[in-house]
Design a protein around this ligand. Structure first.
Ligand code: MTE
Ligand code: CO
Length: 421
């Protein structure tokens, strides 16, 4: 950080003071740096040659970042074949999720299929049933767009009370990638749709098949058949070689290892859209076809896995916000449990159905905080409190918990998952 980026004199003085402590001196000014051997003396890592280029044909993160990894919650994943793990959102910044630490959810394990073995079939109420090879897909006009994928079960363990201690576990069933592929519309137009066709039923090559019905309107609007993510081939765990992208809609519909698209007249009412991905309300009636992920946000730092280590003074509060209905237009942050709010700074203008990064720079006085963030989207929708959400949805739900999250930051900088009423 250069001085020109520092906002005000107090922040500048504070930071030079911090350097002085690190160097073990008390006086101000350039003498601080002079006393610090890490800048004044040649270190071992610079004493000889570094590692040659051909030793890392495909790079991994440096060993010091070994903590930035997917994790699971043991009591949630008794066996790892039908499983879920979580993105380390507390340790990432910006908006793109690297594939290597993007959460995974499989109903029957990730499968290993080569591009040569890959086939995609479009059939049902079409003029001409078609089978595509991977190479066929590469010859259609291509698009590249960034979207978040959120599992409908994200934050699902928090309905009854504050449970999991970390943004990774409460909100880490999300990732945001730049996808490259062809639009589903392009392929559907290639086979032609009969007038009776009103839905598509999509299924994967894996044993679970994860079949879902998608209204034709959505299929023709913005769905993508993706074969690249963040510039490179999809990883096996994210559906190599081809997955469906259903922008803004629950992750379960983003079928991996996409095998078949059947144009049908009515929804299939498969397992994944009847016994699962529905929520029972207090009156016993289940909500269904809850496809869109409503606006939501979370503070990723400080948070339980990312405590404040530097004591009082300048503090960067940061987090993520997203909406399946459009773009994030505003995020407010509260340090007093929702009694007062300050508008956070969006790192970039919100993009439709993609993650937004927000920052709020404060001068922390070292006292306790009840940190919250509240997202607003381009439809004017405001993220609800937990109490508001429970009033509408009761306590039987698992899916679609988009309520405001609270972290209790203590005077020592440690943070804990809590609820405020
Ligand atoms: N597609 C297939 N074929 N099999 C699956 O088990 N899981 C779904 C969806 N697509 C699944 C699937 C669920 S519930 C989610 S949340 C997302 O994939 C997870 O995508 P990811 O593993 O790339 O994060
Ligand atoms: Co899911």
């Amino acid at each position: 950080m250069s001085d020109t980026h520092l906002k005000n004199a107090s922040r500048r003085q504070f930071l030079s003071g911090a350097a002085a402590v690190g160097a073990g001196t008390l006086a101000g000014g350039a003498a601080h740096a002079a006393g610090d051997p890490l800048i004044m003396e040649t270190q071992d890592f610079a004493a000889g040659l570094g590692v040659g280029v051909d030793e890392t044909p495909y790079g991994l993160p440096i060993q010091f970042e070994g903590d930035v990894v997917r994790r699971n919650v043991e009591w949630l994943t008794a066996d790892t074949i039908s499983s879920i793990n979580f993105t380390p959102i507390h340790a990432l910044d910006g908006t793109i999720t690297p594939q290597g630490c993007a959460f995974e959810r499989h109903h029957s394990g990730a499968i290993e299929m080569s591009k040569d073995e890959y086939r995609l079939m479009i059939h049902g109420l079409v003029d001409e049933p078609l089978i595509f090879t991977y190479e066929d897909l590469e010859r259609f006009p291509r698009v590249t767009r960034t979207f978040f994928l959120e599992c409908a079960a994200n934050t699902g363990m928090e309905w009854a009370g504050a449970q999991l201690n970390g943004a990774q576990f409460t909100h880490g069933m999300i990732h945001n990638m730049e996808y490259t592929g062809v639009t589903l519309r392009t392929l559907l137009e290639e086979s032609g749709i009969k007038p009776e066709g009103k839905w598509v039923y999509v299924e994967g090559h894996d044993a679970s098949s994860n079949g879902r019905s998608i209204p034709l309107e959505k299929a023709l609007d913005d769905c993508m058949i993706a074969f690249k993510a963040n510039g490179e081939a999809l990883r096996m765990e994210h559906g190599y070689p081809v997955r469906l992208v259903v922008p803004g809609w629950e992750g379960n519909m983003w079928v991996k290892w996409l095998r078949r698209i059947e144009v049908v007249e009515n929804a299939v009412e498969s397992r994944e859209e009847t016994s699962k991905y529905t929520d029972v309300l207090e009156n016993g009636i289940a909500r269904k076809w809850t496809w869109v992920m409503d606006a939501k946000s979370v503070i990723t730092s400080p948070s339980p896995q990312s405590p404040i280590k530097h004591g009082k003074g300048p503090l960067v509060i940061t987090g993520l916000a997203w909406s399946g209905r459009g773009a994030i237009t505003r995020v407010d942050v509260s340090i007093d449990g929702g009694m007062s709010w300050q508008e956070a700074r969006l790192a970039a203008p919100g993009q439709d159905m993609a993650l937004s990064r927000f920052y709020l720079d404060i001068d922390w006085d070292g006292s306790e905080m009840l940190l919250q963030s509240r997202a607003m989207d381009s439809e004017g929708y405001v993220q609800p409190t937990k109490t508001e959400l429970r009033e509408v949805r009761g306590l039987n739900s698992i899916y679609h918990n988009n309520c405001i999250q609270t972290w209790h930051v203590k005077t020592n900088g440690e943070a804990e998952n809590v609820e405020v009423s």
